[in-house]
Each structure stands twice: as structure tokens, then as C-alpha cells.
Design a protein around this ligand. Structure first.
Ligand SMILES: [Zn+2]
Length: 474
């Protein structure tokens, strides 16, 4: 989900953020201060709000280490852990803080201008480079590393620098306990980007599994489950509508489904097939319904999106006709046909997902479909809580999470970030070329400029704003 970079959005999200603790004895993340494994108290971890942390899994995990090595042009100076957390941070495109052993080692972000992923070592990631002398670093006798200051060769006591000015990141240490990160410029100087007072730390020797992390957080997960189950039972009693789980194929709705099963027994699933789902998702939804013996009601948009394109042109962030056509219309039809007396729609929405979700309520009536009451049992859960619950219940998640996709749903949503679009382009080239062929034909027909990529820092989007079109640089 795209947070954008707006200060307002950031402030709203900060308010719904979760706290994160770390048990330094067991080396696991904690949702509350006390560790369920050793009974000890955890250390509070400072991360960027709303701290909607998620595990690095599968391909994302593999690629993360590769990225670090290719960026540092050295073997990875950090311990490769089973438990690595990613925390989405505000940026013009995809960007995450990376946590190893409960320490922020740096940022991974999608460089829009170069069209590739980068790793910037920060904080403990910088300390580790300086300590191990693996990767690019410089030690200086300059006392104060001011942002924008350029270190020249004569300022350095010791260094390992790239051979040419390559815009590579360089870890910087001073003699009086400051550290920072800089960039190696074309003039072979190190321009300081950020600096801070260094903190001492040690890598942990334990390398527990995600199931250990579940055990450490058992109490919190049980409390969350109990509360959500009660909430769902009360909602059914209060509204008297037939409950149905709105199942998208994502992890959040998977957890909502499990909670609904625990609260209500057998439930129906409603899947909104927008026609823009990745093939794995459609297959996964069917398999999940079969697996639990639930009836699957499909609200299908068919090819309504592609037909709409001819009339309305490509959607954009502030021109999202596609949601109406691909989501609202087919859902309304399915509700009318199947639940004419009203329906209690159980969804996996969470406040920490986006600024607009942060303001949403846990129970509300759909403003377009008044006989639909929407209930969100995991409204206040963090992504880490969701993932730990998935692991605890051993729920089979959509394979796409292991292929580097964090946000599932329409693969060409205008709210998508370029980093996410890249994953689609790379792994589903046929789908992507269908889209690009359309854009090319669309621009030619209207005598527009050749397809090009536009992004707006204001919107934090790789899509044209104000009804502009989105085109990829080729
Ligand atoms: Zn512990």
C-alpha cells in the first residue's frame, strides 16, 4: 500500500502505529514488552511509524542479501537471519527500513531515476561496516559531520572507497563517536547525507525461527484472537445479517477468514474478481474455499476494465474510475442477487495500511451499498501481528508473498509504486506487455507524445497526476 510522502498522511498513520520490542536473549520481535519464551523484558525498538512491520520472506529475503552485497560490492557484513523485518517508510516510491536482530541496518528503496533497487546502510548497518571494514567506508578526523559537507581525501585517516565516482554509499566514522552515511561523488569526495551519535551494540548469537517468534508472542496473539472472535459474534447478533467473508486472497483477509470460522463456524466467501488479479490469486482463492468446504461467491468484473479503458482512458491516482467498474459494480450485483436482505461483510482492513484506512471505522455501512455492513475484526492489528497469527495458525498464504509481492490486488492499480510494478513486469511479462501495448496504441491514436514515465514527488506516485498518463521509460 502506498503511503505517499504527505506530512499529513504520515501524521495520521503515526497515531495508529504499533510499538515494537525485541528480546535480546531470544533474539525475537515482541509485540508487548515481556517475552513469552524467557519471561524477560524486551528492548524498545525505534522504527519509523506506523511501524507496520512485515517479515522478509522467500524471494524478497534472498534478493535483499543479494542487493546488500551488490551495493557494498563486498560480502554481506551483517548476520543472515531467519527473522528479518521490513518496515515501510515514507518516500516517493517503495522504501523500507531493514531490521536485523532488532537493529535498523539501512534502507532499501526503489530508485525511480535509475529504475533499480538500492540499499543505503544506516545506523547499525554503518557501524557494522566500520567495525568489520567490509564494504565502502571512511574514517575521518573531522569532528562534526554536517549534512552536505564534502570530505576530501586529506580529511581521511583510513578508507576503502570505490574506484570511480559512482554515487555509491560510504559509511563514515569520526574519532569522537559520530557516524554517518555519505555518497561518493564524481569529484571523488564523500558528501555527507546524514550523521548521528553512534550507539554500541552486539549481534546476537541466536538465530531462532518464526515459530519461536510466535511462541514469544503467544499471549498477545491469544488476546487479539479472543477479542476479534467476540467482536464478530456481537456484530452478527446486532445486525442479524448473513455474514460473508470478503476474501481477496491477501494475508489480512485470510486472518479475517480464520477468525470468522472460529467465531461463526461455517462461512461463505465472497471474492471480487476484478479481472486484474494475478493468476496465482484467483487459483489460491478457489483452493482456499475448497480446502475449508466453503461456498465461493465470485463477484466478477469480467473484462469491464479493458472495455472501460476504451471509453475513459487509463486510470490515474486521482482518476480511479477502475474501482467503480471493477469492484463496486460487480460487488453490488453479487450482493443484490445473493443477499437481498442485507449482508455482514467481514473484511481484513487494517488502520495501519494507509492514511485513509487509518481514519476508517471498525464497523460501517458501505456508502454505495446501504444494506452492506462492513466489519473489520483486525482493524487495529499490525502487519507483524497478522503475520505471527498466520504462522501460529499455520495458514496457507498466497504464494505471491514469497515472490516479492507485499501488496496483492489489482496488478495495475494506479496507486501502485514503481517498485511493485517492476515485480509485475518482471514476473508477468505477458500481462505487462498487454498494458504497454494499450498505452502505446492509446497515445498514438491521440497524437500524444511517446510513452514515458512520469512521477510526481508531491503525489508520491509513479503515475501521472491530474489525469496525466503513466508510461514506462524504455
Ligand atoms: Zn526472550
Amino acid at each position: 500500500m502506498n503511503y505517499g510522502i504527505g506530512k499529513r498522511a504520515f501524521k495520521i498513520l503515526s497515531r495508529v502505529g504499533a510499538s515494537l520490542f525485541w528480546c535480546d536473549r531470544c533474539n525475537v520481535p515482541l509485540l508487548t514488552r515481556v517475552c513469552g519464551l524467557c519471561g524477560g523484558e524486551g528492548r524498545q525498538v525505534k522504527v519509523t511509524p506506523p511501524a507496520d512491520l512485515r517479515p522478509a520472506l522467500g524471494l524478497e529475503y534472498v534478493r535483499l542479501w543479494k542487493l546488500i552485497e551488490s551495493e557494498l560490492e563486498a560480502p554481506c557484513p551483517y548476520p543472515r537471519r531467519r527473522i528479518v523485518l521490513l518496515n515501510k517508510i515514507p518516500y516517493v516510491d517503495s522504501a523500507d527500513e531493514i531490521l536485523v536482530d532488532g537493529y535498523v541496518i539501512g534502507h532499501r528503496y526503489y530508485d525511480l531515476l535509475r529504475g533499480l533497487w538500492r540499499f543505503k546502510p544506516m545506523y547499525y548497518g554503518v557501524s557494522a561496516i566500520l567495525k568489520s571494514k567490509i564494504g565502502y567506508y571512511a574514517i575521518t578526523d573531522i569532528e562534526f559531520l554536517k549534512r552536505g559537507f564534502e570530505l576530501h581525501a586529506e580529511d581521511l585517516l583510513e578508507a576503502n572507497l570505490p574506484h570511480r565516482g559512482s554515487e555509491k554509499f560510504v559509511a563514515i566514522g569520526t574519532m569522537n563517536g559520530y557516524e554517518g552515511v555519505g555518497i561518493f561523488t564524481k569529484k571523488k569526495r564523500i558528501r555527507v547525507l546524514k550523521s548521528w551519535k553512534a550507539k554500541s551494540f552486539e549481534w546476537n548469537s541466536a538465530n531462532p525461527s518464526w515459530l519461536d517468534a510466535v511462541a514469544a508472542n503467544e499471549a498477545r496473539l491469544s488476546t487479539l484472537e479472543l477479542e476479534a472472535v467476540d467482536f464478530l459474534r456481537d456484530a452478527v447478533k446486532k445486525y442479524g445479517y448473513q455474514p460473508v467473508v470478503s476474501f481477496s486472497g491477501g494475508k489480512d483477509s485470510l486472518v479475517a477468514l480464520r477468525l470468522a470460522q472460529k467465531a461463526l463456524g461455517k462461512v461463505h466467501l465472497l471474492f471480487n474478481d476484478t479481472g486484474l488479479e494475478l493468476p496465482e490469486t484467483v487459483e489460491y482463492v478457489k483452493r482456499t474455499a475448497r480446502g475449508i468446504g466453503a461456498e465461493l461467491i465470485v463477484a466478477s468484473a469480467g473484462d469491464a476494465f479493458w472495455r472501460g479503458l476504451e471509453v475513459m482512458g487509463p486510470p490515474a491516482r486521482d482518476y480511479r474510475w477502475c474501482c467503480k467498474v471493477a469492484k463496486l459494480v460487480p460487488t453490488a450485483r453479487a450482493v443484490r442477487e445473493r443477499f437481498s436482505k442485507g449482508v455482514l461483510s467481514i473484511v481484513g482492513q487494517r488502520r495501519a495500511e494507509s492514511a485513509s484506512r487509518a481514519r476508517s471505522l471498525r464497523v460501517y455501512r458501505n456508502k454505495w451499498l446501504p444494506n452492506v455492513v462492513v466489519v473489520a475484526p483486525i482493524h487495529s492489528w499490525s502487519a507483524l501481528e497478522v503475520w505471527l497469527y498466520v504462522f501460529k495458525e499455520r495458514l496457507p498464504v498466497n504464494k505471491l508473498y514469497f515472490k516479492g509481492f507485499d501488496r496483492l490486488g489489482c496488478w495495475l492499480c494506479p496507486a501502485i509504486e514503481m517498485g511493485e510494478a517492476e515485480a509485475v513486469r518482471e514476473q508477468y511479462p505477458e500481462l505487462w506487455s498487454k498494458w504497454e501495448d494499450f498505452l502505446r496504441a492509446f497515445s498514438e491514436k491521440r497524437g500524444l507524445s511517446a510513452p514515458r514515465r512520469e512521477f510526481s514527488a508531491r503525489n508520491g506516485s509513479s503515475w501521472g497526476c491530474g489525469g496525466g498518463w503513466w508510461f514506462r521509460v524504455t
